[in-house]
Structures are given as structure tokens and as C-alpha cells.
Design a protein around this ligand. Structure first.
Ligand code: NAD
Length: 458
């Protein structure tokens, strides 16, 4: 079966459907060689003085910073991200590396009081980490796993998505230019079922950090069980944007569009279920319609563009497949012609249990559903197998806190839509994932705790 996999992948510009590069796929044998080399490099890296490792990671961060424009331009061309977002994404990798570098010299164990001696713990690196990234945020998600794993003394093998390998490959070059040891951070492009699977199956890979679909995440978790391999899973979402009648409706309606249209809706945290209290429903829709219709959709390289194309023809087909044959909808604009374009769409009469209201569309599509009171809002918000993110709009602080505690999701924001910061933990409840990334504990997730007792009575 594996012989049928392509030996190379064409990278297309999603705004034009034109080929911009062809990248060789990494075979299973090449993965094996990469793991062996990484293991060797990791031993040297873990033994190096912590201050030296921190300095090298900061140099890597500076190299990324110096190449922000180049990396951003590549992200625009291979992923169709708007240039503003793409610059932020390159900056995010820089910030992740600097933040992780700050942890290298602070990654300490504990001394625990016990009878008859001294008890100390060590946080030891796991070894070789496999990071499997999706196409929707190629640079930041590569960085989420890579930066803390390196900082904790591990080597990293990064497998980017088939459609978006270019920024990852460039990051590996920049790491070498910055002075990171050879083979410590390698990028292995290729098919998920071959290159990704080889990392999952390899006994020399201690942990898999996977971001992608819930379907593949479950497969990886099941396969990893046979080796008791550690996994962190960041999976899908169907996040609510809960608007209470006492909220600042103007602000809630003005921000609701980009909360599900950013990255053309190909965002696991996209607030695609807009839940509005019945008393404010009509007014909210009046405000929402012009906000959706005025979103600027077009050439992602244009500074004024707010939303670009979908990643691929397959993704476009998938999104189109979710459209009910007859729907009442607010629709924005989209270019026609080459590229994978779909307009901003808000469906206002979708049944709460219909596929478009319950499944992750991963496109610029949201539904609006009414609710009666706080209990009803919480019930609707939690009526999903996912639990990644959510927003709560209300002027009542007590309600904001009650609802934040009641919604089963890992990343909630009140009167805003921000979800992912490198300094705060990120991850999902329920089928949105397992484990947490980012934040103050991000390095610890790439260590084993070793406990050592030293007798003082001998
Ligand atoms: P995907 O699961 O198809 O692919 C993700 C990555 O896994 C790719 O690199 C792919 O090549 C690889 N892969 C595929 N099959 C594999 C296998 N059998 N073994 C090992 N690796 C394999 O997902 P996608 O289409 O690339 O990304 C979209 C999905 O990712 C959405 O469902 C979205 O919600 C999710 N996502 C989640 C988060 C999060 O943090 N929770 C972030 C971004 C994207």
C-alpha cells in the first residue's frame, strides 16, 4: 500500500491554483535514518550547558525575526494566508522560541522532605519528539511543539502537512544558520500515512505532538498505545460564541465575523456557532449582516484583505458539501476564477442538530442559534463532542464567570475572541484533544520526572 504513495508533493498557491514548488516525500527508511541522527544530536544537546542552549534558541529566534518578511511571503503563497496574519505567524515562531529559551535555565526539579535522606526530582528530556503539523497554521503550530521540546533538551522531527511544507523547511535552514547542532531539528515532508505514520510507529520517537483532525488523532493515539508512546493531541472544534442580551451588542456583532472568518474559517478555534439570547436576536442579526457583508475577501497578498481562499480544491468541495439546499443566509463576497474561494456565510435557519451546526466545516461558515436563558446557553454550548474554545459576551461579571466555568472547553474568552497566546495554556476538552501546549508548563510536557532518593544513613 505504501508503494502507492507519491514520492513528491506539489505545492499550489491556493489563491490561483498554480504550482509554486515540488517537494520530495520522506520515505520510511529515511525517517529511520533521521531518527537515529536526531537521537545522537539529542544526547549532545541535552549535555550542553543550559545557558548555551538558551542562547542558541534565542539566536534561532533572531534569525526567524530577521526573515519575517520572507517567511510571511512564503506563507501567503503556500497557505493563502493574508499578509497581515502571515507576518504575525512568523513573529509568533520568534516569540515561541524566545519564551521557550527563557525556560531552559528555569527547568528545575524539586527537593522533597522524606525520612532517612534526601529526595530530589530531575526533569529529563524524553529524547526524540515527532511533531506532526496541519496545513491551517503551518508556522505557529510547528513552533508550538518544536520550541518547548528543544528547550527541554529534546531533538525534534517535524512533519509538515503535504500542502504546506515550505515555511517548515525554511525554519530548519534558519535553525542551522543560527548554530543549532546538525540533525537536532529536522523537517521531514511527506504523506501522513507514510512519513507521519513512520514517526508514530518508530520506537526511537518518544512522543508525538499531533495537531490535525480528530479522526487521525484517534488513529495516532491507538497506534501509540502499543509502545506506550506519549501523545499530545490538538484536534477539531465547533466553538460557541455566546451573546447575552445584556452584552455590548454592537461590539459583539462587529467582532463575530472575523471570529469565524479568520484564516477563511480554517481555524480549530473558529467561533462557528453563534448563540444569541432570544431577546437580542433580531437586533443582533441586523448588526451582524453588514459586518459580514463588508469583510474584504480577495488577494491575500493585498494589505487590505481580511480573508483569503481555502487551502485546496478538496477543502472547497468539503465546505460546499455542508451547504443546505435551501438556507436563509447572510452572505459576503468572494472573488471568482482561479483559486479556492468561498464567501463568508452565516446560516440563520439551520436546525441545531444539522451537520452544518454540529460538525467542523473548516471553512468560512457559521450558524446562528437562539437561546432563552443562561442554562439554555450552557446546554447548547456543550451539545457537541468538541470542547476547544468559546466566547462569552455579557456585561454581568458573575454570569461571565459562571458560564466560563460551565462551558466544557479549554480556551474561553469573555467579551473578546482571543484564544491562543504563547504564554498561556492551550488545548481541548472532550474530543478536541489531549494534553496542553504553550504556557508556563510547556517545557515540562517534554520531560519525564525522575525521582532519586539518597540515603544519609549509610
Ligand atoms: P489531518 O488530520 O488530515 O492532517 C494533519 C497532519 O497529520 C498532516 O501533517 C498529515 O499529513 C498528518 N497525517 C495524516 N494522516 C496521518 C497518519 N495516518 N499518521 C500520521 N500522520 C498523519 O488534518 P488537516 O486536514 O491537515 O487539518 C485540519 C484539521 O486539524 C481540522 O480538523 C482542525 O480542527 C484540526 N486542527 C486542530 C488544531 C488544534 O489545536 N486543536 C489546530 C489546527 C488544526
Amino acid at each position: 500500500m505504501h508503494d502507492l504513495e507519491p514520492t513528491e508533493h506539489h505545492v499550489l498557491n491556493p489563491a490561483t491554483a498554480e504550482r509554486i514548488a515540488t517537494v520530495a516525500a520522506t520515505t520510511r527508511d529515511e525517517v529511520d535514518v533521521a531518527v537515529r541522527r536526531a537521537a545522537k544530536a539529542q544526547r549532545g544537546w541535552a549535555a550542553a550547558p543550559p545557558a548555551d542552549r538558551a542562547r542558541l534558541l534565542r539566536r534561532f529566534a533572531s534569525a526567524v525575526d530577521a526573515h519575517t518578511e520572507e517567511l510571511a511571503a512564503t506563507e501567503v503563497r503556500e497557505a493563502g494566508h493574508t499578509i497581515g496574519n502571515a507576518r504575525w505567524e512568523a513573529g509568533n515562531v520568534r516569540d515561541l522560541l524566545n519564551y521557550a529559551a527563557g525556560g531552559v535555565e528555569r527547568l528545575s526539579g524539586r527537593q522533597i522532605p522524606v525520612a532517612g535522606g534526601i529526595d530530589i526530582t530531575f526533569l529529563e528530556p524524553l529524547g526524540v519528539i515527532g511533531v506532526i503539523a496541519p496545513w491551517n497554521f503551518p508556522m505557529p503550530i510547528a513552533g508550538w511543539g518544536t520550541a518547548p521540546a528543544l528547550a527541554a533538551g529534546n531533538a525534534v522531527l517535524l512533519k509538515p502537512a503535504e500542502t504546506t511544507p515550505l515555511t517548515a523547511l525554511r525554519l530548519a535552514e534558519l535553525a542551522l544558520e543560527a548554530g543549532l547542532p546538525e540533525h537536532l531539528f529536522q523537517v521531514l515532508p511527506g504523506a501522513g500515512a507514510v512519513t507521519g505514520d513512520a514517526l508514530v510507529e518508530h520506537s526511537g520517537v518518544a512522543k508525538i505532538v499531533f495537531t490535525g483532525s480528530t479522526r487521525v488523532g484517534k488513529q495516532i493515539m491507538a497506534k501509540s498505545a502499543s509502545l506506550v508512546k506519549r501523545v499530545t493531541l490538538e484536534l477539531g472544534g465547533k466553538s460557541p460564541n455566546i451573546v447575552f442580551a445584556d452584552a455590548d451588542l454592537e461590539q459583539a456583532a462587529a467582532t463575530a465575523p472575523m471570529a469565524f472568518l479568520d484564516n477563511a474559517g480554517q481555524d480549530c478555534c473558529a467561533r462557528t456557532r453563534i448563540l444569541v439570547q432570544r431577546a437580542a436576536y433580531d437586533r443582533f442579526l441586523e448588526l451582524l449582516a453588514p459586518a459580514v457583508e463588508s469583510v474584504v475577501v480577495g488577494d491575500p497578498a493585498d494589505e487590505r484583505t481580511e480573508m483569503g481562499p481555502l487551502i485546496s480544491a478538496a477543502q472547497l468541495k468539503r465546505v460546499e458539501g455542508y451547504m443546505p439546499t435551501e438556507a436563509t443566509a447572510i452572505r459576503g463576497n468572494a472573488p471568482s476564477g482561479g483559486g479556492f474561494w468561498f464567501p463568508p456565510t452565516v446560516i440563520t435557519d439551520a436546525p441545531a442538530d444539522s451537520p452544518v451546526a454540529t460538525e467542523e466545516v473548516f471553512g468560512p461558515v457559521a450558524v446562528v442559534l437562539p437561546f432563552d436563558d443562561e442554562a439554555d446557553a450552557v446546554r447548547l454550548a456543550n451539545a457537541t463532542e468538541y470542547g476547544l474554545a468559546g466566547s462569552i459576551w455579557t456585561r454581568d461579571v458573575g454570569r461571565a464567570l459562571r458560564v466560563s466555568r460551565a462551558v466544557a472547553a479549554g480556551n474561553l474568552s469573555v467579551n473578546s475572541h482571543s484564544a491562543v497566546r504563547y504564554g498561556t495554556p492551550f488545548g481541548g476538552y472532550k474530543q478536541s484533544g489531549l494534553g496542553r501546549e504553550l504556557g508556563p508548563d510547556s517545557l515540562v510536557a517534554f520531560t519525564e520526572t525522575k525521582n532519586v532518593f539518597i540515603s544519609t544513613e549509610a
